[in-house]
Design a protein around this ligand. Structure first.
Ligand code: ADP
Ligand code: 5GP
Length: 188
């Protein structure tokens, strides 16, 4: 039996380590696709258009929503974020699995339009560790940090609705668990 290309959703609160985990999995498995999302937020220093996100004005985002170009989108932390259908299709069409790193509302929407999606939730070992990581990343202003932590509490309540939960404590162990999860569902 060959591997089946699957759509994976990875969610979890800001600062839990989703980006870190996904980029390490990608190094080990370069064929796996990771979609670049569209957002109306402004780029952080070091972020690159078309690599980190597709940065869009509210007007352009709205136009693309109306044109049916999004697989899912949601309002997160005061801005809109969404996955373009074209992003997902470019990987699945080549027979490669694809990972969507999206918030819990997006995760819920994907379940509706793509019931075959495998939804993975990344959890912190504790609340204190989450706060430390988000602060330690040094990317957020105090206001942005507060907003992300407030939303994090709500996001954690969704963990039980996901197919798989991974605690990101030891990084190597969490990467291993994520790799095993991808393989398990691809070979299902
Ligand atoms: P997210 O994408 O979920 O917002 P990041 O991948 O940016 O989170 O990680 C947030 C911070 O936590 C980063 O500084 C990252 O280096 C660090 N980090 C991620 N995973 C771990 C881990 N298992 N142990 C310690 N630090 C981690
Ligand atoms: P950040 O601004 O820190 O890059 O991302 C904030 C949040 O937006 C994260 O929780 C991330 O998972 C979520 N997000 C990023 N891209 C998308 C997307 O395409 N759709 C949805 N629904 N959420 C997204």
């Amino acid at each position: 039996m060959g591997r089946r290309a699957r759509l994976f959703v990875v969610s979890g609160p800001a600062g839990v380590g989703k980006g870190t985990l996904v980029s390490l999995v990608r190094e080990a498995r370069p064929s796996i696709g990771v979609t670049v999302s569209a957002t109306t937020r402004t780029p952080r220093p070091g972020e690159v258009e078309g690599v980190s996100y597709y940065y869009m004005s509210d007007e352009e985002f709205e136009r693309r929503v109306a044109a049916g170009e999004f697989l899912e989108w949601a309002q997160v932390h005061d801005h809109r974020y969404g996955t373009l259908k074209s992003e997902v299709e470019r990987f699945l069409a080549k027979g490669n699995s694809v990972i969507l790193e999206i918030d819990v509302q997006g995760g819920d929407n994907v379940r509706r339009v793509f019931p075959d999606a495998v939804r993975i939730f990344v959890e912190p070992p504790s609340w204190e560790v989450l706060v430390e990581r988000l602060r330690g990343r040094g990317t957020e202003s105090e206001a942005s940090l507060k907003l992300r932590l407030k939303n994090a509490r709500r996001e954690l309540d969704y963990a039980h609705t996901y197919d798989v939960r991974i605690v990101n404590d030891d990084l190597d162990e969490a990467v291993e668990k994520l790799m095993q999860t991808l393989e398990k569902y691809e070979n299902e």
